[in-house]
Ligand binder design. Structure first.
Ligand code: ASP
Ligand code: MG
Length: 407
């Protein structure tokens, strides 16, 4: 008999009818002989609604009280799902995070799980019950309710699967798996039957929103077999594997993109030790995350140019800081562009295949797309291009690497 953790997101439990449909799926798994633990999100829109209530009362509510409030969303769903299961004659019991000792640190609104005591869950499973656990929440060592950050139920499910040594953690969502790229941009995008953890991490960090990135990291660390599937249609979904298990020669897994990027350039800074630090230090002190960084070779042996990218939300702030730095360093000028995007090709096959980068650049050139910045890692090549070329660029790359075709 195998133990499965199933996670259902907000849309999957968005109405009582949908909760009944989830109950039917859960019951089916249990009737097939599995022990089933279900982790659920709040009904769709509920977390946002609660946030709205909070902000109607206080501009910056205390993180502790926000957690007390936000955790109620999931508490509603666990009870309703337990009722729906009981109505089908399937014994079930629901628990909040605190009740099953989902321990976290005290970082309210973005807590990290430190430990889960699976004993209570296990004894219910042994008694033949389906166990339903509220996602997104835990308690800290002082007994305060904490939440894990938006989308945190994915991580709850993976952590629960790790604690119970589950055979599989199934994430049910409104898409039927992980795709070669966003199907809204490239209709020929194809569902991947398998993807490696490393690739999935890159895809998630580059903006593919199928799974919370922390959940993928957690699954990788504890080697939890993870599967993404649709709660609305049947299918195998996408299995996230460890590379060693990955037999076929995968070349490119997919194309990810980050839309809301901005780039800043400081021109004519002295080419001396410590300059990069002088430029980026104040940016990171302001808690602005920097993504790509490029420093040019000095053209005149005395000065150089320096370019980096940030999230578009941080653009104005970063620009102000950089202008101050430019004055302090007597730099020539500062440029900014907030209409850029980052498009990335991701695949473990890059390690063993040469020529991927040139094929990528050739495909973009054919469409007349100018590449503004390039960065590479072992399994990823990213380019920064103008925002208006996003769709064209993604489609050109999807074609150039034949991603619509079965691997
Ligand atoms: N309900 C939370 C949110 O909307 C957690 C989750 O859905 O995973 O972010
Ligand atoms: Mg979610």
């Amino acid at each position: 008999m195998s133990l499965i953790v199933q996670k259902y997101g907000g849309t999957s439990v968005g109405s009582t009818e949908r909760i009944q449909a989830v109950a039917a799926k859960v019951k089916q798994s249990r009737d097939a002989g599995h022990k089933v633990v279900v982790v659920v999100s709040a009904m769709s829109g509920e977390t946002d609604r609660l946030l709205g209530l909070a902000h109607a009362l206080q501009a910056q509510p205390s993180p502790r009280e926000l957690d007390v409030l936000l955790s109620t969303g999931e508490q509603v769903t666990i009870a309703l799902l337990a009722m729906a299961l009981e109505a089908l004659g399937c014994p079930a019991r629901s628990y909040t995070g605190a009740q099953v000792q989902v321990r976290t640190d005290s970082a309210h609104n973005k807590a990290r799980i430190t430990n889960i005591d699976g004993a209570r869950v296990q004894s219910d499973l042994d008694a033949g019950r389906v166990v339903i656990v509220a996602g997104f929440q835990g308690i800290d060592e002082h007994g305060n309710i904490t939440t894990l950050g938006r989308g945190g139920s994915d991580t709850s499910a993976v952590a629960m699967a790790a604690a119970l040594k589950a055979d599989e953690c199934q994430i049910y969502t409104d898409v039927d798996g992980v795709y070669t790229t966003d199907p809204r941009i490239e209709p020929k995008a194809r569902r991947l039957p398998r993807i490696t953890f490393e690739e999935m991490l890159e895809m998630a960090s580059l903006g593919s929103k199928v799974l919370q990135i922390r959940a993928v990291e957690f699954a990788g660390k504890y080697r939890v077999p993870l599967r993404v599937l649709s709660s609305f249609q049947a299918g195998e979904g996408t299995l996230i594997t460890f590379e060693e298990d990955h037999v076929e020669e995968a070349k490119i897994a997919g194309i990810a993109f980050a839309k809301d990027e901005a780039k800043l350039t400081i021109l004519g800074v002295p080419d001396q030790p410590g300059v990069a630090h002088k430029i980026l230090g104040p940016i990171s002190d302001a808690n602005i995350e920097v993504d790509m960084i490029i420093q040019n070779i000095a053209a005149d042996a005395q000065t150089t140019d320096f370019t980096f990218t940030v999230h578009r939300n941080d653009y104005a702030k970063a620009l102000g800081i950089l202008q101050d730095t430019a004055r302090a360093l007597s730099a020539r000028e500062v440029h900014g562009d907030e209409r850029i995007v980052k498009v990335s090709l991701v695949g473990v096959g890059m390690r063993s295949h040469a020529g991927i980068a040139s094929r990528m650049f050739e495909a973009l050139a054919r469409e007349g797309i100018n590449i503004r910045m390039i960065s590479t890692s072992e399994i990823k090549i990213s380019v920064v291009i103008d925002e208006k070329y996003l769709e064209l660029g993604v489609r050109a790359l999807h074609d150039a690497f034949d991603l619509a075709k079965e691997a």
